[in-house]
Unconditional design. Structure first.
Length: 274
């Protein structure tokens, strides 16, 4: 096990203990927006992991959700040889705040613009998804692969809705409606990191979502790719970690999903393009 993975695993294991202790207790909740909330546990977990990473790798950049918030992230601020960690200390905060057991810690390491390592830990199910670039993906140490479903009509597909959904509900529901007609089943789980992991291990066949941030998806994207899946934007163009569109699948239903999303994009106004 390389030093990056060893330190990351130890830090996230500590964080998982905090999350398991806190998830059924009364939460200290603050709102960052109409539906975007944060708990004291988000801050505690982020501080713990950042402290462990900084102690071990003082020259690495750490981009963490609560520290960066809505601040713009410019990848030109670092070079191709620089190491950058992406941390979401509690992906699925709304679930956590309500005692709903679907949330995770998501941590990824890139060198320049190439993701090298990913770890997503579900503390309630004690499931740890790990990927190293070029070495495949695992769940609790066992290799995982994407599903072999090739017909979108037989696919189980997941999505989520952005924080501006109250203002643009009809727009986002238009995309959802297309998949209600096309897929076997739809899920809205509330944790993009876990949705991507579920694509990676074959529990889901595809996933799409608007306006995710780099810390939401950095780990999950590497996991999907290392498990044999595909990731792109909605039009099946190359995925942009700093973009607004995330489409991930087992690869077999990817073209069908992209076609639906593209048709919907072309049929409606760009009211939430920015």
């Amino acid at each position: 096990m390389n030093p990056h993975e060893r330190v990351a695993r130890a830090a996230v294991d500590e964080a998982a203990v905090l999350l398991r202790e806190a998830w059924l207790e009364t939460k200290e909740v603050h709102y960052k927006g109409d539906v975007d909330l944060v708990t004291a546990t988000d801050h505690r977990v982020e501080a713990l992991i950042v402290e462990r990473l900084q102690a071990a790798f003082p020259d690495h950049l750490i981009i963490a959700e609560e520290a960066h918030g809505d601040a713009p992230i410019a990848s030109k601020d670092w070079g191709e040889d620089d190491y950058v960690w992406y941390l979401d200390p509690l992906d699925g905060t709304t679930n956590f705040a309500h005692g709903y057991p679907q949330f995770a810690v998501s941590l990824a390491l890139a060198r320049g613009h190439e993701m090298q390592f990913a770890l997503v830990h579900d503390p309630i199910r004690d499931e740890c998804f790990v990927a190293n670039r070029g070495e495949g993906a695992t769940l609790n140490g066992q290799p995982i692969t994407v599903s072999d479903v090739s017909d979108l009509a037989r696919g189980l597909i997941a999505t989520g809705f952005p924080y501006d959904r109250r203002a643009h509900a009809d727009y986002y529901l238009g995309f959802f409606r297309q998949f209600l007609r096309a897929a076997q089943g739809m899920r809205r789980n509330g944790s993009a990191a876990l949705d991507l992991c579920y694509v990676a291990c074959g529990r889901l066949d595809g996933f799409w979502e608007w306006k995710l941030r780099p810390w939401d998806v950095a780990a999950g994207v590497l996991l999907v790719r290392e498990a044999g899946g595909r990731v792109s934007d909605f039009r099946d163009a190359p995925f942009d970690l700093h973009g607004e569109q995330t489409l991930a699948s087992n690869g077999l239903v990817h073209a069908g999903m992209a076609a639906l999303l593209t048709a919907q994009l072309d049929s409606v106004s760009s009211e939430v393009a920015s």
